[in-house]
Design a protein around this ligand. Structure first.
Ligand code: M6R
Length: 624
């Protein structure tokens, strides 16, 4: 995800913020920029698409490092004492110089960097355009800068302008801004995107994450939601959105740098599992309007949806499993015939493609070669294409006719976790969008939206199963084979649970619809064989209970993942894990992936496996 850095103090501020961005590089980004004040009170800005070195080359006119000379603070050049910097992971608009931060207000007085998403930016942009504002980038950040500038033009101090502007914005965001008219401070604001203030002696700083601050200070303040921070050389003030002062509560960080990058978690995978409540919020951000309607601006116009007669979802690995969930929903909700293909099979399978069909490409990286090749085949055959992609600016995102981004932030662990959850949610938003357009009878958008809005909190509750799951993992770390079973959507999630265990804990798995067991795989069940059942679907619960009994009759040990309020497996399965329920069978099944991800993680950990980089696998598979 994007990185934020800001500094005021006696050091060369540009060198400090550049170094801070370097320390956030592990999070992934695709462009970077810096703005600083020189002694004469002019704001300088340098922004570049690409890696930090590209920015460094322009800043220091050398090999991209401050040591190479020239640039701010170089010989005979003022040392800047206030700077902000940003590494951008594109969301609104591609990774270009123009879209890189910082952005300015209409008058060029205020420079702004921003993480997160401003949900109502299109409405705000419309209002500003009507008042004569024009924009140089495609970003929501520039809109925010103009909103702040509009407030600032009323003659108030910068912190007041930021406070008023924040009240006009909806979404999850963190800002840092400074003005050439108030050279002794900068202002930061937080609403649901991470923002950390670092307290120094005669210097203060801010960043989106702790690793950026560690070389400069270990006294930090985790800014809470709806707070504005004003940073000066000799102090930091916090206030709430009413402008009332809030006490600063700092804490001491004693993590080493590596632990700090992982947010205190031992592995990126565990961090990413725990990020899922926020990822859910991120995937929904800006996509449900005030009237409780789904709003997907990036997709085709309404007439296209009326024309589409079939959907083909094409993907690999975890993304393929998300595709299976998409099929479940598209057929259940929309009665829209849907097939799911492995990308590697699609191209050589001589697929029959209706000219009215839609090909949906699901991919975290957007660079998976098999999926890209399948996409190119569809384009040759003039089939409409839609991407569900995490990485903005990636090949699949660029080449699809339309792309909806999953907004999950960079996923570093090779085993995909948070990207899957975000993919499934985006596919649900897509299905609801189509239902809205086609006014599909029987689809209750209001209920589905209410369930989606409550989903992040349910994921938080679900993560509290961690200790129970850990104990099961410890018990079964030596299992020679594990079954993952379920019916309907539970069967699709079971496949994903199995893939996780295979890839990071190297345990063979047998995943299949529970009803299929008796047609063959049941022969593998022996005394003590572990079978994990996804059993969240109330419609087929009795059938699932029968399948559980079949496994137990052969000596199997059953762990059932079911919903709170369902007692049909209590006292039946050897262990029952309950996830919070909602009305949607799809969401209930999706939630059950969290304990399965945790199970895989803790088994791998107990076995001492290389969790973030499992053997033989790569994060992005760019070979056939
Ligand atoms: O980047 P993509 O989503 O296109 O990647 C697809 C698969 O390679 C990926 O999901 C892979 O299966 C992961 N290792 C699963 O954890």
């Amino acid at each position: 995800m994007c990185g934020i850095a800001g500094y005021i103090g006696p050091r060369n501020a540009v060198e400090v913020v550049y170094d801070q961005l370097k320390r956030l590089e592990y999070r992934g980004y695709d462009s970077a920029g810096v703005a600083y004040l020189n002694g004469g009170g002019t704001i300088h800005v340098v922004k570049r698409a690409g890696k930090l070195g590209e920015l460094g080359k322009v800043l220091w006119d050398g090999d991209g490092t401050p040591e190479s000379g020239g640039g701010p603070g170089g010989e005979g050049i003022d040392v800047p004492h206030l700077a902000i910097a940003h590494s951008r992971w594109a969301t609104h608009g591609g990774p270009t110089d123009e879209n890189a931060h910082p952005h300015f207000d209409r008058y060029g007085d205020v420079a702004l960097i921003h993480n997160g998403i401003i949900e109502n930016y299109l409405d705000l942009k419309g209002e500003l355009a009507a008042a004569g504002h024009s924009f140089e980038s495609e970003t929501d950040t520039e809109v925010a800068a103009h909103v702040i500038g509009q407030e600032y033009a009323k003659g108030v101090p910068l912190e007041e302008a930021v406070r008023q502007a924040v009240r006009r914005m909806r979404g999850a965001f963190a800002f840092v801004a400074f003005s050439k008219r108030e050279r002794d401070k900068f202002v930061a604001a937080r609403n649901a995107s991470p923002l950390i203030v670092g307290l120094g002696q005669g210097e203060n700083m801010v960043a989106s994450d702790i690793p950026a601050l560690i070389p400069y200070t270990r006294e930090v303040v985790a800014v809470e939601d709806d707070r504005i921070a004003v940073l000066e050389r000799d102090g930091v003030r916090l206030m709430d959105l009413e402008g009332k002062p809030v006490p600063l509560e700092s804490f001491h960080v004693d993590w080493d740098v590596e632990a700090a990058e992982k947010g205190g978690y031992e592995h990126f995978m565990l961090k990413e599992i725990h990020e899922q409540p926020d990822v859910i919020r991120g995937a929904l951000a800006g996509r449900i309007d005030d009237k409780g309607r789904v709003r997907l601006d990036q997709v085709f116009g309404d007439h296209v949806w009326q024309d589409i007669d079939r959907v083909n979802i094409i993907a690999c690995g975890t993304a393929y499993h998300a595709g299976l969930m998409g099929k479940f929903l598209f057929e259940r909700l929309l009665q829209l015939p849907t097939d799911v293909f492995f990308s590697s099979e699609f191209r050589y399978g001589d697929p029959i493609l209706s000219p009215k069909s839609l090909a949906v490409f699901v991919s975290q990286s957007g660079e998976t070669l098999d999926s890209l090749a399948a996409l190119r085949l569809c384009k040759q055959r003039r089939i409409r294409t839609l991407g569900v992609v995490n990485v903005v600016g990636s090949s699949i995102a660029r080449e699809c006719d339309r792309t909806v981004f999953t907004q999950a932030g960079p996923e570093i662990s090779v085993a995909s976790t948070k990207a899957y959850t975000a993919q499934c949610l985006v596919l649900m938003l897509l299905a609801l969008h189509i239902a809205q357009v086609k006014e599909t009878p029987g689809v209750r958008i209001d209920e589905a939206v209410a369930d989606l809005r409550a989903f992040a909190e349910k994921a938080e509750v679900c993560l509290r199963l961690e200790d129970e799951v850990k104990a099961l993992a410890e018990r079964f770390k030596g299992a020679p084979l594990v079954f993952f079973l379920g019916r309907n959507a539970d069967a699709h999630v079971a496949r994903e649970g199995a893939l996780k265990l295979k890839e990071i804990a190297y345990i063979p798995t047998q995943e299949s619809p529970a009803g299929e067991m008796k047609h063959g795989p049941l022969a593998l069940v022996e005394q003590g064989t572990l079978a994990i059942f996804g059993a969240t679907d109330a419609d087929v619960r009795e059938k699932t209970v029968s399948n559980v009994r079949e496994v137990q009759a052969r000596g199997g040990f059953v762990v059932a993942v079911t919903t709170e309020g369902d007692d049909s497996l209590d006292g039946v399965a050897e262990a029952v894990l309950k996830v919070p329920a909602s009305r949607s069978a799809y969401l209930n099944a999706l939630l059950s992936v969290l304990p399965m991800q945790l199970f895989a993680y803790y088994v791998a950990k107990a076995k001492g496996c290389e969790i973030d980089q499992p053997r033989n696998l790569a994060k992005s598979v760019t070979v056939e």
